[in-house]
Design a protein around this ligand. Structure first.
Ligand SMILES: [Zn+2]
Length: 213
């Protein structure tokens, strides 16, 4: 019988969040579009957060000495590593269904940016542009997945936890100081029973000890 994993990751914004313009690209967090849903609360699409978590998961596991592929280069996706197992690959979908995150009680304003000449450090007048910025306290990112064993579910929770804790900017404008995220809280349940941080840490240390598994 399948084991159900539920998780919730809470993030806090340390600044505004750039909302306009760019396309959402799979596997990367460079472009994040928010959907204002008829003037209601903006959302961060699940694919954006998933791409960002995947990138973080790769970085964490690599720092542990694990071999993982590079999701930003689709041609090199191996379909075998821990990251591929959790986030999916061309031959197999992710066992987890990620939900869009809703930014509640958000306000928006516009910020004017100036493009600077790289060489002369002067502003090009014609390159003044504005970006819309959403201000919100943070958001909760939720998901659910089914695994064949509780060990598999706990492994998935551990990787999500590690990826979320790494934290950095989400959104297209991180170089302009917008959208910095702070990890706040992670909770996961396996068939309704909470997975404690000690179990997550234990799995994380086992990965730290194994070379290139
Ligand atoms: Zn892989």
């Amino acid at each position: 019988m399948a084991v159900r994993l539920n998780f919730e990751i809470r993030f806090r914004f340390r600044s505004g969040f750039h909302t306009t313009g760019d396309r959402v690209e799979l596997w990367t967090d460079k472009a994040v579009a928010l959907d204002w849903r008829e003037g209601e609360n903006p959302i961060i699409p699940a694919t954006s957060i998933k791409g960002w978590l995947r990138e973080n998961a790769e970085r964490v596991l690599r720092s542990f000495g694990q071999k993982v592929c590079d999701g930003s280069q689709p041609a090199t996706i191996c379909g075998k590593c821990l990251v591929c197992e959790l986030f999916g690959h061309p031959r197999k979908k992710s066992p987890i269904r990620f939900e869009d995150a809703i930014l509640e009680n958000s306000l928006s304003d516009a910020r004017t940016n100036v493009s600077l000449s790289r060489y002369r450090k002067t502003a090009y007048e014609e390159r003044l542009f504005t970006t819309e910025v959403a201000w919100a306290n943070g958001f909760v990112f939720k998901g659910e997945g089914f695994f064949s064993t509780s060990q598999e579910a706990e492994k998935a929770a551990t990787l999500l936890w590690l990826a979320a804790r790494l934290g950095f900017a989400i959104g297209a404008s991180r170089s302009r100081g917008l959208g910095w995220l702070e990890f706040e809280d992670f909770c996961a349940q396996c068939d309704g029973a909470s997975i404690d941080v000690a179990s997550l840490s234990k799995i994380a240390s086992s990965w730290r000890g194994e070379e290139g598994a």
